[in-house]
Design a protein around this ligand. Structure first.
Ligand SMILES: [Zn+2]
Length: 442
């Protein structure tokens, strides 16, 4: 009866008892001994599957009946995270002037297991261990992170060179942490899914895949975060996990021990996090209930964006430039992050002046290029057609501004002696539209 209760509480989605067993070869590395836990006297006979676990990856459990994830760490410290910071884009006033810059507070603490922002993380699957259906489900739910974190997963067939190496050995589900996978000289599996098959429901794929790929991004178990507030009924927890053959030490390490505030960058404690275990009721002194989290929580999404930020996307800015000549009025509209980040697009469009007349005839806006040249393709001619120019952002000479010219008398083209130099506010990826709205005084 007790065993039945245990399974029904611990394994809410268990439909079949998994009989696979993970065998861990003992290594003679001296660091191994203190972490080796115990031989599970009640284990079923070992099957032939063998995972060689490198010296530091030696936490050993009987996973055979457990559908919770165990943190695996090779204790590799990849060093400080080199993260790309996005500078704040200075704001343009409606008169085309730069607004004074506002200083914003930046994130201070970052876990050093995280990837540099914008990383492309390669993932390979061990061949012939599962079905295409399961692999496609793993890809599908791993990509949930791409929607909320500025990283991408690239699924490749080259096991040797893949960062994340995924196996489907019956037993436990687990993952190494973030950039620990960079230290994997013997090309070991870094992530395992122990109970997926073609009958696995979608919410179980979602729950487990998002959780394990969360580890692969460096996210820790939320119930072990520095800010976790759980009033454990300690002896009941030990007793509960003893039924799946965890020692008190195992429970300490996987349940009670918290990460240091100094090495992590957690948000406030989030019981709904995909990185939180499900716990049955009765293990806390305040009778807390824990939900079975199968998708990213709102705080997961929020803080994934904070820790793996996307480029800032300010709202479009609009205003009017006055060249000071003949009451010229040139409307500008700047849209951000509408192109690949190394390009910038300009357009010159006809406007409608105060008398309702469409402003055409010969106008030109010059874009300064490095080396002294000027791109003069932005022209508004008698046909009134909009012209567009897309160029590499790096070609622009930021020491000079846009130049403006128009035909004033008998078709003589005249530079207007007005320049506009606000390159700080015109980063790569933006589109700058000029609409020449007025070209004479009334
Ligand atoms: Zn986990």
């Amino acid at each position: 009866m007790k065993k039945l209760i245990l399974f029904s509480l611990c394994l809410p989605l268990l439909s079949t008892v998994i009989s696979g067993q993970v065998r861990i070869k003992k290594d003679n590395n001296k660091d191994t001994q203190k972490k080796e836990t115990k031989k599970d006297a009640q284990s079923p006979p070992l099957k032939t599957e063998t995972i060689f676990i490198p010296p530091m990856l030696n936490t050993k459990y009987d996973f055979s009946n457990v559908k919770i994830c165990i943190d695996k760490s090779n204790n590799y410290d990849p060093g400080p995270r080199l993260s790309k910071a996005y500078p704040e884009i200075p704001k343009l006033n409606s008169n085309g002037q730069l607004e004074p810059q506002v200083i914003r507070q930046k994130l201070t603490a970052e876990t050093n297991k995280m990837w540099p922002n914008e990383s492309e993380i390669t993932v390979a699957f061990a061949p012939n261990q599962t079905t295409n259906f399961v692999i496609e489900k793993v890809k599908q739910y791993a990509r949930e992170w791409e929607k909320v974190a500025n990283i991408s997963f690239s699924f490749i067939t080259d096991w040797k060179n893949a960062h994340v190496k995924v196996s489907f050995i019956k037993g436990g589900s687990w993952s190494w942490m973030g950039r620990e996978v960079l230290n994997n000289p013997t090309e070991q599996t870094t992530m395992n899914f122990g109970w997926f098959d073609d009958n696995t429901p979608d919410n179980e794929f979602s729950r487990v895949v998002i959780h394990e790929f969360g580890h692969a991004l460096g996210f820790i178990h939320e119930h072990q975060a520095a800010g976790a507030r759980i009033n454990w009924d300690v002896e009941k927890v030990y007793a509960y996990f003893a039924k799946i053959n965890w020692s008190r030490d195992d429970v300490d390490r996987n349940i009670f021990n918290k990460y240091s505030q100094n090495s992590t960058n957690g948000s406030s404690y989030d019981k709904a996090s995909i990185m939180h275990y499900f716990f049955p009721e009765g293990l806390t002194t305040d009778k807390s209930a824990f939900s079975n989290n199968t998708e990213l929580s709102p705080l997961d999404k929020l803080y994934a964006r904070v820790l793996y930020p996307f480029p800032p996307k300010p709202p479009p800015v609009t205003g009017v430039l006055n060249t000071g000549d003949d009451c010229d009025a040139i409307k500008f509209i700047v849209e951000y992050n509408v192109l690949p980040g190394n390009f910038i697009e300009f357009s010159l469009e006809p406007g409608v002046d105060n008398s309702g007349k469409v402003v055409i005839w010969w106008k030109q806006i010059g874009i300064p290029f490095k080396g002294g040249a000027e791109n003069k393709d932005l022209q508004l001619l008698a046909d009134g057609k909009t012209t567009r120019v897309t160029i590499l952002r790096e070609m622009i000479d930021e020491t000079r501004g846009f130049s403006f010219a128009k035909a004033k008398f008998l078709g003589v083209h005249t530079g207007l002696g007005f320049t506009w130099k606000v390159w700080e506010a015109l980063p790569g990826g933006c589109r700058v539209r000029f609409i020449w709205q007025n070209d004479h005084c009334y």
